[in-house]
Design a protein around this ligand. Sequence first.
Ligand code: DAH
Length: 368
Amino acid sequence: MEQQLEDLQKQANKELAEVSDASALEAWRVLYIGRKGKLPELLRGVKDLGDEEKRVIGKAANILKRTLEEAYSVKQESFIASAPNKLMKALPAGRQVQANEASVGHLHPITLTIERVQNIFAAMGFIIADGPEVEEARYNFDALNIPSDHPARGEGDTFMIDPKSVSGEQDVVLRTQTSPMQIRSVETMRLTPPFYVIAPGRVYLREKVDATHESTFYQFEGLGIGEDITIADFKGVIAAFFSTFFQKDVTVRLRPSYFPFVEPGFEVDMSCVFCAQKGCRVCKYTGWIEVMGAGMVHPNVLKNMNIDPTKYQGFAFGGAIDRLTMIRHGINDIRMFWSGDIRFLRQFSNCHSGPRAGIHVDAGSSPA
Ligand code: DAH
């Protein structure tokens, strides 16, 4: 009987190796390990054996049973894994993709940066807020102390939503910045100081598209309000952020600048992470890379948040996700992000942003 088991194993293995599709595999299963198959039939003979033989043969037969079942599932899995391959071959020429690449996707480089930014700020105690891309002009401009005659509000820079397509009197635009999330976050979450919010998202500008300008791009807005928050706090937070983001010791410098919703306002530069400030092409031989706009929140904006500017103060900042991604990965053309070029995107298949951390809040929705 031992010989019979051995023969059965040899025969089953030989035939399994020749199996090339799912129906042949099923036929093999029925023939060998199915209820009325050859192995169960052999096993039925075990009960007629003497005690010692029963023990030895019974054990060998059980091992064979498990071996064959395992061989069966391995074969079955190999069919499942190669199934997309067949599907891909059926696609029109030029659209063929390797099965192993098509079956497992990965995150877009912009998404990777967004998650990386969120995770770092979440670790510092910031709430992550999400908000609408179709935005009321009062959030995008008015509440941010941008007067109605400001040039940025014109059709030259801003995508306007046809008033006929929205109810009510309000002007509606595609948000030109993530800054409206400052007021929205405070309103929807009913935040009272101290609080820290980070709001990454997509924004739109009516720009001529070239290697460094897109009409659709991404920003992250930050807001920190409390009783005695100073520019030094901002500098510390933002140096910690960039140091963590680039995994290098980064220092920041502030240059005076103007944004209507902050006073004072500044441009933020970080020390070049590529040349240790010795000067290179990335920093244009200055040792510094311009990375965001920021400032201390304007009293009028605090009032629009229903926060008493005589008691509280804080910082706000806005950075470009696309630009950070380009700096980090050495990408020299912003248009690659929307190109849909799979050869570009595949280069990020091994990049990870770590597990999603922090508290995510949906802070408001588009006007209907
Ligand atoms: N919203 C500005 C822009 O799109 C960036 C910015 C500047 C955001 C200063 C801020 C800030 O919060 O304080 O250019």
